[in-house]
Design a protein around this ligand. Sequence first.
Ligand code: BG6
Ligand code: MG
Length: 264
Amino acid sequence: MKKVESRPRENEKKSDELFSDGTALTLKIELIKRNVKKIEACIFDLDGVIVDTAKYHFIAWKALAEELGFEFTLENNERLKGVSRMASLEILLEIGGLQFSEPEKRTMAEKKNTLYVTYIEEMTPEEILPGVPEFLQELKNNGIKIALGSASKNSPMILERIQLTEMFDAVVDGNSITEAKPNPEVFLKGAEWLSVLPENCVVFEDAIAGIEAARNAGMRCVGIGEPETLGMADFVIPGFDGFTLEKLKKELQAPFLFPRGGKD
Ligand code: BG6
Ligand code: MG
């Protein structure tokens, strides 16, 4: 019987054939692959993303301001979102028009934190923001790694209280970084601890400084809050209620390649 030779169909290129730009097919595929951003990890800010602790920070900063003799408003509190404890104190003192020595400032920050901790000690899983547990579970089911990237030194305690510690493959918090957001350190460390390239991470952030940090890390970023305020994010959602991996894919318009073990 005559052997039928399989011949490349029209428009089909053999691996060693060149494209008009001089690139071989195998190399072309490799280049495309390298440019494709996968979603291998999601890094979450804590305050304002997983739980609403801004109200407790506000009570504690307001108490300090009152003790120092000036008013601290909710509007003022907005300026402290995503900002480290000491930097928050600096802003607060600037609002009050006051100056203190470094040791005095450390004492004030500690005092504020002691009051803040009395509130977060009482937190329960009920305070997890709507849709967060479902979304985290969906990521896990799809083999996507999960990290925390928060400025808060109280992160481990909060995660324990709301019983979410086990969901995180890495926890980077205020205790493990030296540079505050918008410096990308917190997110780059998260990517490193997860052994994932920054370009394959997606950050979830509610603060402008945090979105800038994600951008500076070369990561894609989903804003949690108002699009008017968080315009630098790739896209903004009001919260995780009803948010799914499918919606994330669609919004980022990424040619999703899930890590091994993923369902998609
Ligand atoms: C951030 C909050 O997550 O953590 C800030 O948005 C806060 O408001 C900062 O100041 C530091 O938190 P902590 O718990 O270390 O005082
Ligand atoms: Mg935040």
